[in-house]
Design a protein around this ligand. Structure first.
Ligand SMILES: Nc1ncnc2c1ncn2[C@@H]1O[C@H](COP(=O)(O)OP(=O)(O)O)[C@@H](O)[C@H]1O
Ligand SMILES: N[C@@H](CCC(=O)OP(=O)(O)O)C(=O)O
Length: 387
């Protein structure tokens, strides 16, 4: 363990549970899976497990592993071909992980998820329980999107996104994204030879986001933009994140040994600001807001504020500035926040567009009913911290 006191060294010393996302670009070449690479990565993942970390892997590579059997070089061009390639490749991918772990006395489990699985609270809790049980038994879960069944509405879209949701599902302290690039550069290093690596990011601002552009590599899906989104989602929830180059699998151990490689994203300070802490623990809620699925997703998955259009019902006796509890459309509590509008006002504007507030009330305090800064999400497993 390092004895310096940089933020990353201090964090790594406290990490217990880590989600490690491995991109297709790390696991495969043009002709399919790179078996030597899986072998080396598995050895290092197992070593981290041996050091006492709970290790959860999100691995891409199913499409790359299966496309050869369909006679495809390069990227499969249609969704149907991608799904067929994934159906062939996923079991191959798992076979290689399994034999690499087994040869070292370890074991792995496959978990395939769709976004629906995590949007539905019962399935979310079930997935969580399964993952926790596997970790208890020292087994390394290897997660991928369930590519063969997903349609657009239930896709995570890319595994960067999936890995950030898994990090919050299992309450990890750290999300490590392994890609084919040394970390976040100030511009795309494939296009600009003078691009410079950014070693540490305190806050993922709009300026940082524009560095990522939109393009992905030959093999990957989301590019740097989706990695930044994943890092943002993680750090906002208090989970540290890092992007490092997995083409050299030993980088993983170097990172855990405290070497300053890759880009490190500092988690939002101490999980909660004092204000949010107050909303969560001190201010007594005076009412309840029931929101629809779209609003729930916007608040939980996208870090947005609550607008009137997503509110389906209200209860209680509250004034502007009071704390209210938020419930999803199955009646599950999921957040608490400070409302900009009274109960009487909300009865008029709920379900309506922001642009209609002035017409309905004759005035407007704010576009949002609860601003993001005044909202605290419940933890995944239960409502204890807030209720
Ligand atoms: N600012 C940037 N810094 C680093 N990489 C960038 C940046 N902008 C674009 N990229 C590209 O993003 C690619 C990684 O994303 P992707 O191809 O989706 O990989 P993966 O398979 O690991 O998900 C890199 O190969 C890199 O060329
Ligand atoms: N689920 C897909 C990978 C999707 C994906 O996000 O790929 P990548 O950008 O390489 O992490 C597969 O296993 O091929």
């Amino acid at each position: 363990m390092p004895h310096n006191t940089t933020p990353r060294a201090a964090l790594i010393a406290t990490v217990r549970r880590v989600v490690i996302k491995i991109g297709s670009a790390v696991l495969s070449g043009d002709s399919g899976l790179n078996l030597a690479q899986i072998e080396k990565l598995s050895a290092n993942l197992w070593q981290l497990r041996q050091r006492g970390y709970d290790v959860i892997v999100v691995s891409s590579g199913a499409v790359a592993a299966g496309k050869k059997d369909l006679g495809i070089c390069g990227r499969p061009q249609t969704i149907a071909l991608k799904q067929a390639a994934a159906a062939i490749g996923q079991s191959r991918l798992m076979r290689f992980y399994r034999s690499a772990f087994r040869s070292r006395g370890g074991n792995v489990a496959q978990i395939l998820l769709t976004r629906d699985d995590l949007a539905n609270r019962r399935r979310y809790l079930n997935a969580r329980n399964t993952l926790m049980t596997l970790l208890e038994y020292g087994i390394v879960p290897i997660i991928n999107e369930n590519d063969t069944v997903v349609v657009d509405e239930i896709r995570f879209g890319d595994n960067d996104n999936l890995s950030s949701m898994v990090a919050s599902l299992v309450e990890a302290n750290l999300l490590v994204i392994l890609s084919d690039v040394d970390g976040l550069y100030d511009r795309d290093p494939r296009q600009h030879a003078e691009a410079r690596l950014i070693p540490e990011v305190e806050r993922i601002s709009a300026d940082i986001e524009t560095m990522a552009g939109n393009a992905s590599g030959q093999l990957g899906t989301g590019g740097m933009a989706s990695k930044l989104k994943a890092a943002k989602r993680a750090t906002l929830q208090g989970v540290a994140a890092a992007i490092i180059n997995g083409l050299d699998p030993d980088n993983l151990l170097r990172f855990f040994d405290g070497e300053d490689i890759g880009t490190y994203f500092i988690p939002a300070s101490a999980r909660m600001t004092a204000k949010k802490h107050w909303i969560a623990f001190t201010k007594k809620p005076r009412g309840k807001l029931f929101v629809d699925a779209g609003a729930h997703r916007a608040l939980v998955m996208e870090g947005k504020s609550l607008l009137p259009s997503g509110i389906r019902g209200v209860e209680g006796t509250f004034e502007r500035g009071d704390s209210v509890s938020l419930y999803d459309d199955s009646g599950n509590f999921f957040a608490r926040g400070v409302t900009n509008y009274t109960l009487a006002e909300l009865l008029h504007i709920m379900g309506k567009k922001t642009s209609e507030i002035i017409d309905i009330l004759g005035y407007k305090y704010a576009d949002e009913v609860i601003h993001r800064d005044n909202l605290v999400l419940s933890t995944a497993d239960d409502d204890r911290p807030l209720d």
